[in-house]
Design a protein around this ligand. Structure first.
Ligand SMILES: Cc1cc2nc3c(=O)[nH]c(=O)nc-3n(C[C@H](O)[C@H](O)[C@H](O)COP(=O)(O)OP(=O)(O)OC[C@H]3O[C@@H](n4cnc5c(N)ncnc54)[C@H](O)[C@@H]3O)c2cc1C
Length: 353
């Protein structure tokens, strides 16, 4: 049986393990954290990623999630700029991260071994395989070790790596009673979004411009429309993460027998809500290429060609959307909101015709 090591057990790593298992590989997952799991927040999963999970045999994602309401975009005083229903955009499902992670790891069979509390420090490869920390060996290594990937650093020491976006993100889960479908509110240098989870609670996120490394609270949203202050007040725990993405051009996702996947390969800002979905799609593409008869090297080359092109576009698009969403320039904001409003009207007029 072919052997693989997956470094990192985030959503990308565990999906890669399921994908490799499905292709008949023996997989060892190495995770630095003492336990498997995900942070307490929600995540949007787009239809293309749900389809990949289903193809890989991961069941129950749609049952454990809520289709996001056709919400849209508001101003900080609560006035609607445009509704998603008006724009006719594709809508993702919303799920708790831990629940998604559990649904994926539930598919681990006897071919998958997990070692938690294992820190990967060195990776060396030769013509026949890859060695981790001088002691574990496999024919293939999938590096799903996140934006600050040690493996990527070892392969491409000259690469600039993570780049600060200029804004921080707050996230929480609120236990409040609301009759509001959610959506996003865009202000000056700030964005707030929320959506219902299957258990009735609400997942919310807010972003604010500030220097990297500054610790802060989401007090900047206190004067925003209802239910934003209620959502923040109704959350037991608030996470804060500065937002980074990876410098373009991205490095090749394959070098010899080492494959980069997920944020290790293409971390993007969360503006499109596609980072984890892209990691899931990477895993699906890897399984597809490994599953087609042919040499390992050819399969990995095909994976790189498909996924690097697709995710480079998303990293760029997400970064640009982030710049527009976070702008503090009054003129740019007025033009932005005006374009969204006119766009919504045109699309709904066309739909009525
Ligand atoms: C605010 C915010 C909101 C987001 N919202 C969405 C959304 O709605 N939809 C969406 O699709 N995406 C979203 N994303 C993006 C998404 O969270 C990431 O793209 C995704 O979690 C990346 O998964 P990953 O498995 O590649 O990496 P990670 O989740 O970073 O996992 C990497 C794992 O590797 C382990 N590790 C690291 N180094 C080592 C080592 N040396 N040895 C062993 N283990 C190691 C880490 O402990 C970790 O468990 C959001 C991101 C943010 C910040």
């Amino acid at each position: 049986m072919s052997t693989a090591i997956v470094v990192g057990a985030g959503i990308g790593g565990v999906t890669a393990a399921v994908a490799l298992q499905r292709c008949g590989w023996q997989v060892t997952v190495l995770e630095r954290a003492p336990e498997l799991g995900e942070v307490g927040a929600g995540i949007s999963v787009w239809p293309s990623a749900v389809a990949v999970l289903e193809e890989l045999g991961v069941k129950g994602v749609e049952k454990a999630s809520v289709p996001s309401q056709p919400a849209g975009m508001r101003k900080p005083d609560g006035r609607w700029v445009v509704s998603a229903a008006q724009l006719g955009v594709e809508i993702p499902v919303m799920i708790h991260r831990a629940q998604l992670h559990d649904l994926i790891t539930a598919e681990f069979g006897p071919a998958v071994t997990v070692r938690t509390g294992y820190d990967v420090r060195t990776v060396e490869q030769d013509a026949d395989g890859v060695t981790v920390n001088g002691e574990l060996r496999a024919e293939l290594l999938v590096a799903a070790d996140g934006i600050r990937s040690v493996v990527r650093g070892a392969l491409y020491p000259q690469y600039a790596g993570p780049r600060y976006s200029g804004f921080t993100a707050y996230r929480g889960i609120a236990d409040v009673d609301l009759d509001d479908g959610g959506g996003e509110t865009w202000g000056s240098g700030r964005v707030f979004g929320f959506a219902r989870l299957i258990d009735g609670r609400f997942y919310w996120y807010g972003t604010a411009n500030q220097p990297a490394g500054a610790k802060s609270e989401p007090t900047v949203f206190e004067s925003w429309h209802d239910p934003i202050p209620r959502l923040i007040a109704g959350s037991e725990k608030i996470l804060q993460n500065d937002i980074y993405d990876l410098t373009l051009p991205l490095v090749p996702f394959v070098r010899g027998r080492v494959v980069l996947l997920g944020d290790a390969a293409h971390a993007m800002t969360p503006n499109l809500g596609r980072g984890a979905c892209s990691a899931i799609e990477d895993a699906g593409a890897l399984a597809r290429h490994l599953g087609s008869a042919g040499e390992l090297a050819a399969a990995l080359t095909a994976y790189d060609a498909e996924r690097r092109r697709a995710t480079t576009k998303l990293v760029r698009l997400s970064r640009n959307l982030g710049r527009i969403a976070q702008t503090e320039n009054r003129v740019v904001r007025t033009v932005r909101d005006g374009l969204f409003a006119v766009g919504g009207k045109l699309v709904s007029l066309r739909a009525r015709k």
